[in-house]
Design a protein around this ligand. Structure first.
Ligand code: 5AD
Ligand code: SF4
Length: 446
């Protein structure tokens, strides 16, 4: 039997963490990961359905694997993640060559399912949502570090039901992990050499809201900040409505907390924010941004913005552009709205022509490109502390790391610097990274 597996991951950090768990579980039943689908006896896709484009990609890839299955009927093909959760049985019906469908709460069932298919070629599906207690037992846990920077999951699911968003439907309700367990994991990772922790969750800053009595997210950050060996802390994704004053203040006194915050606004029009069910208005959002910048003057913000939400008028769009110009995000991830079946907005009338939406999207992109270019170019000449993560993809004796603002910097250096914070003078700024040269030690370390 060919015990090699090929795994492809789409979408967000939650999927990245789930995929790490998939690798662990498959290794436990004797599988070894390979780089190309052609060598594999088991092919898995961990999918994302948050936007139409992401979903179409999954179907495209599945089609690509069909000829492999035709050639080799013993090949096992499986789909997990959000598309699997949403489509369930339909996927098995539509794609006769598919063997396994596992949902977002069922990653732990994968070994059992693979073995079932190996033994008697039964096609199987596990997509039921689990109760809170069971989910708490099954939270992804990191046992090994072997890296400079690691994600630690602090909560899963989402209760917000933004009207455009499929996540609450495919990931289920919010559950927060007990803080003691999170801190154990962070301490353990620090002991294995991890220097930077990113606390992740669909809505991290509502951490503990549903578990009455557990600590606040700001308090959790403070406790992670106290862990010896950890030098930097990040967290994502935050919801503006749950950004408390206590959490904003933490940017002023937690010395390990990086000065970057991803705070998706989605749009700048009060009317559309209401339609989106975001739970905050434009002014409320801007007040929080002002407070953040007051507490931490060099904080850099990034955002997600949806263009072309049903009923978006030119005026709504102008308000989004104005807000972007006012906040001056370091980067923005912008998306054309796509209706997700089953969400509240999917039924809203949408009469704006596609060409108009595309024009707005292009205008937004060009405004943001200018702001991003200026923001990152302003770093040229500065000496910034960079946490070195590894050897650079560029090769040529280069290593890479990140600044506090989460920007990748490539520079000449050797692998003995991996895991250390070193001072780097920024010499050039590109679209997605910067170039630098190492300076005398002694710079600040966050
Ligand atoms: N259409 C377009 N963008 C979407 N997002 C979520 N749902 C949709 C949708 N239906 C975007 C939001 C979110 C990011 C992860 O994806 O901006 O913050
Ligand atoms: Fe989706 Fe809104 Fe939840 Fe974010 S907060 S995952 S956009 S429903």
């Amino acid at each position: 039997m060919n015990k090699r597996f090929y795994l492809e991951t789409f979408g967000c950090q939650m999927n990245v963490v789930d995929s790490e768990r998939i690798v662990d579980l498959l290794q436990q039943i004797g599988y070894r990961q390979v780089e190309t689908p052609e060598e594999a006896g088991l092919i898995l896709l961990n999918t994302c359905s948050v936007r139409d484009k992401a979903e179409r990609k999954v179907y495209g890839h599945l089609g690509r694997f069909k000829p492999l299955k035709d050639e080799n009927p013993s090949l096992i093909l499986g789909v997990g993640g959000c598309v699997a959760q949403q489509e369930g049985e339909n996927l098995l019906k539509k794609l006769r060559y598919l063997d396994i469908v596992f949902g977002t709460h069922n990653v732990h069932k994968l070994p059992e399912m693979v073995q079932k298919v190996e033994q008697n070629r039964t096609r199987c599906r596990e997509t039921e949502f689990l109760d809170r207690e069971t989910r708490l037992q099954l939270f992804p846990k990191r046992t090994e570090g072997e890296a400079v920077t690691r994600f630690v999951t602090v909560m899963q699911g989402c209760d917000n039901f933004c009207s455009y968003c499929i996540v609450p439907h495919v990931r289920g309700r919010e559950v927060s992990r007990p803080s003691a367990e999170i801190l154990d994991e962070v301490r353990h990772l620090a002991g294995t050499g991890v220097r930077e922790i990113t606390l992740i969750g669909q809505n991290v800053n509502s951490y503990g809201h549903k578990e009455g009595g557990e600590i606040s997210f700001a308090e959790l950050l403070a406790r992670v900040n106290a862990v010896e060996g950890i030098e930097r802390i990040r967290f994502t994704t935050s919801h503006p409505k749950d950004l408390s004053d206590e959490l904003i203040d933490a940017f002023g006194y937690l010395e390990k907390l990086c000065r970057h915050l991803h705070l998706p606004v989605q749009c700048g029009s009060d009317r559309l924010l209401r339609e989106m069910n975001r739970g905050y208005g434009r002014e409320q959002y801007l007040r929080k941004v002002t407070r953040l910048k007051g507490i931490c003057p060099d904080i850099r913000l990034t955002s997600d913005i949806i263009v072309g939400f049903p009923g978006e008028t030119e005026e709504d769009f102008e308000q989004t552009m104005e807000l972007m110009a006012q906040v001056r995000y370091a980067d923005v991830f912008s998306f054309l709205y796509s209706a997700r079946p089953g969400t509240a907005a999917a039924d809203l009338p949408d009469e704006t022509p596609a060409a108009v939406k595309q024009q707005r999207f292009d205008r937004l992109l060009s405004l943001q490109e200018e702001i991003s270019r200026d923001t990152w170019a302003a770093d040229i000449g500065k000496v910034l502390p960079v946490l070195v993560e590894g050897e650079s993809k560029q090769g040529k004796g280069q290593i890479f790391g990140r600044t506090t603002w989460n920007r990748i910097v490539n520079f000449e250096g050797d692998s003995s610097m991996i895991g250390k914070v070193v001072p780097v003078r920024i010499t050039k700024s590109f679209r997605n990274s910067q170039l630098g040269s190492i300076q005398e030690p002694g710079a600040r370390s966050r």
